[in-house]
Design a protein around this ligand. Structure first.
Ligand code: GDP
Length: 440
């Protein structure tokens, strides 16, 4: 996320490192680079200029009042200003109304349907709500099917009426269906077009007027940069929406949309989408995002994601197994699956301060565990619970079955062995023995 921008800002802010104080001259030089970095990230020209002007004013004003080094001071000011620009405080979703009605808007392909599912899943698991998804795209039957697939996946009911060509009527019927069936949240997915056009605006505006949602969300693909901002403006003029959803932040997004959108439409970004999976949704925290943009990582979000996946009952079971030396490959597989649920690997690494920069050229994809998983899946149940029985002929069979080599099977077995030993030592409180084992 934002690798290029992070790198350029880092370089720009480095200019001040060797200087004893902030002066008109060195601040101008730094800010010229900061502005260039923002423009390269597709931030609107006016916003970039105003941003650097504010930073300049603050830097020159605060210079004498602080004990911070000029470089540190500048990083702090840039971080504060970036946070402010992206929205300052976190704004949640208005959950009033029985049921709460949430209307999704945005262009085709922006990620509306996917996000509708993610939001339903989020509200169901985090807020113990009972959502209903309503499919109002009357032009593309495939879009309705897609919502049903998403609903099945997250076990959330979907209301649709394929023969009906009136989206307003479908939305209203969906809300009535929700009331009759005890759903307390209704998420209405609507049709989008490839570009802003009058008919689409009229349609969404009609739905909006008829159902009076508590929350209207505008979904936008962050890869579209300044276009995202223009589209947001057009939708906001018609809908006066409540919040923005930025999708596809897992890609090589330049960052312009995230930075500019709030100040153009004066509406907060509420959630971000960071992948195609239903779990790839995050509440948008301007200050955490600013940290990430400045390459400072986002440890808070990383820990939160780990906590979300943490299952206390499972953890206790695991602990018992380790204590009894019964930790097998099935348990290992479960651990891998939990890590994968935390999100895209590159994204996770980017949350560790400094790691994103260090590993920017290393290609880590979501398939990082594929080989290991394939090997484990090719083992028999017996082999998984008792890996010591895996002899040469079994290794050959496993390698063949998983499309890997005997060497790879050997390597995994060796690593698994070491890990098991380590776990056993930790359990026994033999910290010293463990340290020794790690040295060898
Ligand atoms: P809609 O036309 O607005 O309903 O858009 P869809 O929900 O069908 O999404 C369009 C495409 O973008 C699909 O292939 C989705 O899987 C993909 N997509 C949606 N959100 C994200 C995201 O946050 N990250 C990534 N990488 N892909 C996404």
């Amino acid at each position: 996320m934002f690798n290029n921008l992070s790198e350029k800002l880092d370089k720009a802010l480095h200019v001040l490192k060797g200087h004893g104080s902030i002066t008109e001259v060195n601040v101008a030089e730094t800010l010229k680079e900061v502005r260039r970095a923002l423009l390269d990230a597709d931030v609107n020209f006016k916003i970039a200029k105003e941003f650097t002007n504010r930073v300049k004013e603050k830097a020159l004003g605060q210079n004498v009042l602080t004990t911070l080094q000029p470089g540190q001071l500048m990083v702090k000011i840039v971080k504060d200003e970036l946070t402010e620009l992206m929205g300052g405080d976190v704004e949640g979703i208005n959950m009033s109304g029985t049921p709460t009605i949430i209307l999704m808007s945005g262009l085709q392909g922006s990620g509306k349907t996917t996000f509708s599912g993610k939001l339903a899943n989020f509200l169901k698991t985090k807020k113990t709500k009972k959502p209903l998804l309503v499919a109002c795209d009357v032009y593309r039957p495939a879009a309705v099917d897609q919502l049903h697939v998403v609903g099945d996946q997250i076990k959330v009911d979907v209301y649709s009426d394929k023969g009906n060509t009136d989206p307003v009527a479908i939305a209203q019927a969906g809300i009535a269906h929700a009331k009759q069936n005890g759903h307390n949240v209704v998420i209405i997915d609507t049709a989008g077009r490839l570009a802003v056009d009058e008919a689409m605006m009229k349609e969404i505006s009609n739905i909006h007027k008829a159902i009076q949602p508590q929350e209207t969300l505008f979904v936008v693909d962050s890869m579209t940069g300044q276009d995202a901002v223009n589209t947001a403006k057009a939708f906001n003029d018609v809908l006066n929406f409540d919040g923005v959803i930025l999708t596809k932040l897992d890609g090589d997004t330049r960052g312009g949309a995230a930075i500019s959108i709030k100040s153009v439409v004066n509406k907060p970004i509420k959630f971000i989408g960071t992948g195609e999976k239903m779990e790839a949704i995050d509440v948008f925290y301007p200050s955490r995002m600013a940290d990430r943009i400045l390459g400072m990582g986002d440890v808070v979000s990383l820990v939160e994601r780990a906590q979300e996946q943490f299952d206390e009952v499972e953890a206790r079971k695991l602990q018992k197994k380790i204590a009894k030396n019964q930790f097998g490959f099935d348990d290992f597989l479960k651990q891998i699956q939990q890590i994968k649920k935390m999100g895209n690997m590159k994204d996770l690494i980017g949350m560790i301060p400094g790691a994103g920069k260090m590993m920017k050229d290393i290609d880590i994809d979501d398939d990082a565990f594929k080989g290991i998983e394939a090997i484990i899946h090719s083992m028999t149940v017996k082999e998984r619970t008792n890996p010591s029985i895996i002899d040469a002929s079994r290794k050959k069979r496993i390698g063949k079955g998983s499309g890997t080599s005997v060497q790879e099977v050997n390597q995994l077995l060796k690593q698994f062995n070491q890990m098991s030993k380590m776990m056993k030592m930790m359990q026994g409180g033999k910290g010293k023995a463990m340290m020794n084992a790690m040295k060898n």
